[in-house]
Write a protein that binds this ligand. Structure first.
Ligand code: NAD
Ligand code: PPY
Length: 352
């Protein structure tokens, strides 16, 4: 644990062992340089608390870069709740309430929303004790609702930028796109791609989701083990992290990777492997900004939903800037994005 924290470049970690459930709560505050730390709450069972804390630290860093790359007045944080398997619903709800009380106790150092394993309905429960530091409550409770659809909108706009850069035309019509993960983001993305006339392939591991989408004649199902060998124009990871690694990259048969999943690169030099393989990579913390930007815009800056969708559209311009910078300087798109983010983090008031 000590060496993990020593190697981390963030500010602090709040740790709580929840005795009634046996869950571990880790809230990682990576940077408050540009504003209060914001980031979702991930809830799942990890093999051990060390893996859970590492996930929190890496995800929190990703949030710092997300906000910095678009020069947004928030810092990076993330919460991970490592729960035992088969937690009963009532126990889970009470855990969420105790977690909310902890967020409240931090007094605005950390503001949160949903992530993998939590939903808007969960945010309603967290906000009972965590208010006013909880985003994405359901509209019935006065929140902006699930962040998946607006995140998907950002990914969709990012894919258009990819097509414009690679093919000289932003249209996604007839482009063959493989979406890994048909959850909150993936399902909304699939809908947008349908409307745009793309050829859509999808993969999931949840039998219910496979059945639901498998019945759709416009979608082709790809099994989880065939994903990396399936030819497509754009591969869109919308499930797990670390899926771009030394084993999967040599198998990829796509021209670009553009998806919402956080921390897609297993190792920093996987970005170079993608560049060498001539695969255009849309850095995850840029293309997945829609939820964080749109929801904080609506809930704390008074944006209308229309304004939020318009603002999220600018992710396409940021990506194009990154693609051109990477090509001109012969660096990876990941390096180009990091340079932009770091210049904002080192500048005065976030200005480069
Ligand atoms: P989710 O839990 O709603 O959906 C994830 C889906 O991926 C589920 O359907 C799950 O069954 C599926 N899945 C899991 N393992 C898989 C595998 N091996 N192959 C194929 N599918 C698999 O999560 P979400 O909110 O849609 O988020 C997806 C990713 O995007 C996560 O990495 C998340 O951190 C990131 N992200 C989400 C948001 C947001 O607003 N929801 C914002 C930014 C980034
Ligand atoms: C993410 O982009 O990974 C998030 O956690 C999204 C988010 C962040 C802050 C509030 C709501 C959603």
């Amino acid at each position: 644990m000590e060496s993990i924290l020593q190697k981390w470049d963030g500010e602090e970690v709040i740790v709580r062992f929840d005795r009634p459930t046996g869950a571990w709560i880790f809230i990682a505050i990576h940077s408050t340089r540009l504003g209060p730390a914001a980031g979702g709450t991930r809830m799942k069972s990890y093999p051990d608390p060390k893996t859970a804390i590492l996930d929190a630290l890496n995800l929190a860093r990703g949030m710092t870069y997300k906000f910095a790359v678009i020069n947004f007045p928030y810092g990076g944080g993330k919460a991970v709740i490592d729960v035992p398997h088969n937690l009963e619903p009532q126990m889970r709800e009470n855990l969420l309430r105790r977690y909310g009380a902890l967020v409240h106790q931090l007094g605005g150092l950390f503001e949160t929303g949903p992530d993998v394993g939590t939903s808007s309905i969960d945010m309603d429960i967290v906000s009972e004790t965590g208010s006013p530091y909880v985003f994405c409550r359901t509209p019935e409770k006065g929140g902006a609702g699930d962040s998946g659809p607006i995140t998907a909108w950002g990914v969709f706009c990012g894919m258009q930028a990819v097509c414009e850069y690679l093919f000289g035309d932003a249209s996604l019509k007839d482009k063959r796109i493989l979406v890994q993960g048909a959850g909150s983001v993936g399902r909304a993305l699939i809908q947008l791609l349908k409307e745009a006339g793309a050829e859509i392939l999808f993969s999931d591991v949840d039998p219910e989701r496979i059945r639901h989408f498998g019945d759709d004649p416009d979608l082709q199902f790809v099994s989880a083990d065939a994903v990396y060998d399936t030819a497509c124009d754009i591969f869109s990871p919308c499930a797990l992290g670390a899926i771009l690694n030394r084993k999967t990259i040599p198998r990829l048969r796509c021209q670009a990777v553009a998806g919402a999943a956080n921390n897609q690169l297993a190792e920093p030099n996987d970005a170079e492997k993608l560049r060498t393989a001539n695969i255009l990579y849309a850095p995850d913390y840029v293309i997945s900004i829609g939820g964080a930007m749109g929801i904080t815009g609506i809930e704390s800056m008074g944006w209308s939903p229309e304004k939020a969708y318009q603002e999220v559209r600018t992710v396409a311009d940021t990506l194009k800037q990154i693609f051109h910078m990477a090509a001109n300087e012969r660096i990876t798109t990941e390096d180009a994005a990091r340079r932009i983010a770091e210049s904002r983090l080192s500048g005065v008031n976030g200005e480069p």
